[in-house]
Each structure stands twice: as structure tokens, then as C-alpha cells.
Design a protein around this ligand. Structure first.
Ligand SMILES: [Zn+2]
Ligand SMILES: [Zn+2]
Length: 215
């Protein structure tokens, strides 16, 4: 019975209908309608996922609109100073753990890789590996795009595009970031958002993926 290649179309159809019955459908039409519903559900889920970006910016204490990030870990939000100090006992341990996860970026060498282009060139500013930030902007969200051509360079940039460089996924941090993107890539866009800070002249990124941004 295993070799069933010689079944007539009628027999095939009968098989299909029987299989559908085991799934709780009376016929193909019912099955297709159910599938279509699921496609809609999936679209809604994705839309809700995008909404989460806003939800997750709520105050870590009172759940109202988060205005400021915790300046220790930069991953949680507070509506103001009061909530932040009230929440500190609760958040302290998490904050410490998150802070330790920041790792230094290893830039891909400009000479070898043409893709490491700094937008600063037009200002005549010799970029140190494509990084240039004003003194007030030492922390920002970056978008990391895995190369679509399969090369190991990942393009990293911030919303204002005053930071742009290429990092390899073969570095320790790059590898973690690539993994996070791939594990959360429900829409197969090979992109993810991460938090980046500049401390003691070093460019650091937390390899924990952030909810999607709108840019
Ligand atoms: Zn609050
Ligand atoms: Zn914190």
C-alpha cells in the first residue's frame, strides 16, 4: 500500500477528503476558508507586534508613557525621576546584568571593505571607522542589516545617519547580533534594532534585540 503512485484522480480526491475529515473539515472549501482566516490572523499578529514598540516604552513603574530611558542599562523606560528612584530597588539587579551585556564593536577595516562608508565624507571629516557623534549624543538605537548578498558585513546605522559603519558577524558581538536578528526575523527582513552607547571612546552595543522602530 505504500507505493501509491498509481492512484486515479478520484482515489486521490477521496484520500484528500478523508485526511481533511481527520482535521475536522468536510471538504476542501472549508479547509481553504480556514487557512485564509489564519493568514489574516498572522497579518494582525504582525501589526500588533509593531504596536508593541510603543507599549514597551511604558514606564517600568507606573506603566504610563515612558519619557526617559534608565541611564544605566538604557533598555527600560520611566515617566520621570520619581518612578525611577522608586523602582530602583526592583530594577537594580536587572540593570547591572544588562549593563554587562554591552560589548565593544569591532569595525570592519575600511581599506579592505568598500562597504564601510561614512556619510561624514561629504563634510570633509575624517571618520574614525565611520563613527562620529556629537558630545551630547553618546547613546542611540542602531539598526543592523545583515548583508543580503551573503557577505559577512552587516551595515549598522542610527536614525540620524550620523553613525554608519560595517561590522562583521564573525566577531563575537556581531555573531550574537546576527543570531538575535535571525531568531526574531518573523518577516524575513534580516534587520534588527539594538541599543548602542559610546563610553570612554568605545562604541558598545547590547546584543539584546529591541522592539521594531518605525524607521
Ligand atoms: Zn512612572
Ligand atoms: Zn537600568
Amino acid at each position: 500500500m505504500a507505493a501509491s503512485s498509481k492512484k486515479s484522480p478520484e482515489e486521490e480526491l477521496k484520500d484528500i477528503n478523508e485526511e481533511l475529515k481527520t482535521m475536522g473539515f468536510d471538504n476542501m472549501g472549508e479547509y481553504l476558508a480556514a487557512m485564509q482566516k489564519n493568514v489574516k490572523k498572522m497579518a494582525n499578529l504582525q501589526r500588533d507586534g509593531a504596536k508593541m514598540a510603543g507599549v514597551l516604552k511604558n514606564c517600568n513603574k507606573c506603566q504610563s508613557v515612558g519619557e526617559k530611558r534608565c541611564t544605566g542599562c538604557f533598555l527600560v523606560w520611566y515617566c520621570g525621576r520619581d518612578c525611577q528612584s522608586q523602582d530602583w530597588a526592583n530594577h537594580k539587579e536587572d540593570c547591572k546584568k544588562t549593563r554587562k551585556k554591552y560589548e565593544e564593536v569591532e569595525f570592519m577595516e575600511l581599506a579592505k571593505y568598500v562597504t564601510a562608508i561614512s556619510l561624514d565624507q561629504k563634510e570633509g571629516c575624517e571618520a574614525h571607522h565611520g563613527i562620529r557623534t556629537g558630545p551630547k549624543v553618546a547613546q542611540f538605537v542602531v539598526k543592523v542589516q545583515i548583508a543580503l548578498d551573503g557577505s559577512d558585513g552587516m551595515l549598522v546605522y542610527n536614525k540620524d545617519r550620523d553613525v554608519q559603519y560595517t561590522m562583521s558577524y564573525k566577531s563575537s558581538l556581531g555573531n550574537k547580533i546576527k543570531q538575535q536578528i535571525e531568531n526574531n526575523d518573523f518577516m524575513s527582513i534580516k534587520k534588527g534594532y539594538f541599543y548602542s552607547i559610546i563610553r570612554d571612546g568605545k562604541n558598545l552595543i547590547n546584543p539584546q534585540i529591541l522592539p521594531p522602530e518605525t524607521w
